[in-house]
Design a protein around this ligand. Structure first.
Ligand SMILES: [Mg+2]
Length: 386
């Protein structure tokens, strides 16, 4: 039983500001604009976390993993322990230390770090609001604009896969709207088919011309030989990077791929191996920490520091683009932020103000905190009670 295992009890001095309320909302069915060449998804949702301090500051965070296990973990285990500790929202490492890694992270894996990420993100929002500073200033404040790419072309909710023609047409549509860098998924066939993926990427290149950047995301679906063949065929198309092409992000295999292709390799959105293992194997050109899954800004800053020591720049690969902006704006070796088309539409539908891509760039919010405030009435209208 979880409650019979050893838990660290770090004694700390009581603060004047502490976390007084944690409320998790399961937001469902918010109408969104579907991708240009699909009629689905028509609605989106997310977990929305509210963390409120005793002096009335509210921080917000989201997660795309609206699984009942995440809800249970947050409401039954994580939130009660933080409230019991009267945790100071500035002491994010203290909050993490309330949960012994052996019990929580090792046993529950990513579900736990996803839940902890929400708490951490909301705490950084509170830090910014309390100090009157945007979060990217608190992380280092390297820049006030970040480059952005848009991911599209994956079919959801039982919709048929995109044909080459549809993929090319949608890429052209988005490029005509001012998107300067597009990413598409590869390896999604029943068995990964590098030749088919090459033709899909070539159709996109033909459609958008030489000036729009194109990248690929393998979502861990290929073996080394398949990834190698795909990269070698696609080199002539001028691909900007390939993300997570190989099963499990295996560092040795990624390293072998990287040594044999000129296409830069990015990984670590879906981490199985540690950041250190990936960097020690010279496995990536870009490391992809993810504030929404790995443990919030606190964990992302730790992984970013390791990457800095190896002179490896960061980039981002994950549907929660707007929440990752602060990391990439904050750090000198920060990089590209991903806007996944329908998740981008979901943020637009749920939050009052979301930075919008303009000629390949996002202008970072200068509001105190993260600048991501839920729309009035969102919770009342769309939170599911179960
Ligand atoms: Mg990815």
């Amino acid at each position: 039983m979880m409650n019979q295992t050893y838990v660290f009890q770090t004694e700390v001095v009581e603060s004047k500001q502490w976390i007084d309320r944690i409320t998790l909302h399961n937001i469902r069915g918010v109408p969104i604009t579907p991708p240009p060449y699909r009629d689905r998804p028509k609605t989106e949702g997310a977990l929305l976390l509210e963390v409120e301090t005793n002096d009335g500051v509210i921080g917000y965070a989201t997660s795309g993993y609206a699984h009942h296990a995440a809800i249970h973990l947050m409401t039954e285990w994580v939130a009660p322990r933080i409230l019991e500790a009267k945790a100071d929202p500035f002491r994010t490492d203290y909050i993490a230390s309330l949960f012994d890694r052996h019990t929580w992270e090792r046993a529950l894996g990513r579900m736990f770090t996803i839940v902890l990420s929400m708490v951490d993100i909301a705490c950084w929002d509170i830090k910014g609001k309390t100090l009157g500073k945007p979060v990217h200033h608190l992380l280092g404040g390297a820049r006030d604009r970040v480059p952005v790419y848009v991911t599209h072309g994956a079919a959801y909710e039982g919709a048929p896969p995109y044909s080459r023609e549809e993929l090319a047409a949608e890429a052209k549509f988005l490029a005509d709207k001012g998107v300067t860098h597009l990413k598409n998924t590869v390896g999604r066939q029943q068995f990964p088919d590098p030749v088919d993926d090459y033709h899909r990427m070539a159709a996109m290149r033909d459609a958008v011309g030489p000036d729009v950047q194109l990248s690929m995301d393998g979502n861990l679906r290929m073996n080394l030989a398949q990834a190698m063949k795909l990269c070698q065929m696609c080199e002539e198309l001028g691909i900007s990077f390939i993300e997570e092409p190989i099963h499990y992000n295996d560092p040795r295999n990624l390293h072998h791929l990287r040594m044999k292709t000129t296409i830069p390799v990015a990984a670590a959105e879906n981490e199985k191996f540690s950041t250190l293992q990936i960097l020690q194997a010279d496995a990536v050109d870009f490391l992809q920490p993810n504030v929404n899954n790995d443990g919030g800004y606190t964990a992302a800053m730790r992984n970013a520091a390791i990457a800095r020591a190896f002179n490896v720049p960061l980039s981002h690969g994950n549907g929660n683009g707007p929440h990752n902006i602060a990391l990439h704006a904050g750090l000198q070796h920060g990089g590209l932020v991903e806007y996944h088309f329908h998740k981008w539409m979901a943020y637009n539908a749920m939050f009052k103000s979301v930075p919008q891509p303009e000629n390949g760039w996002l202008t970072v919010s200068q509001e105190p905190g993260l600048g991501l405030e839920p729309k009035d009435g969102l919770i009342e209208e769309f939170a599911v009670r179960d």
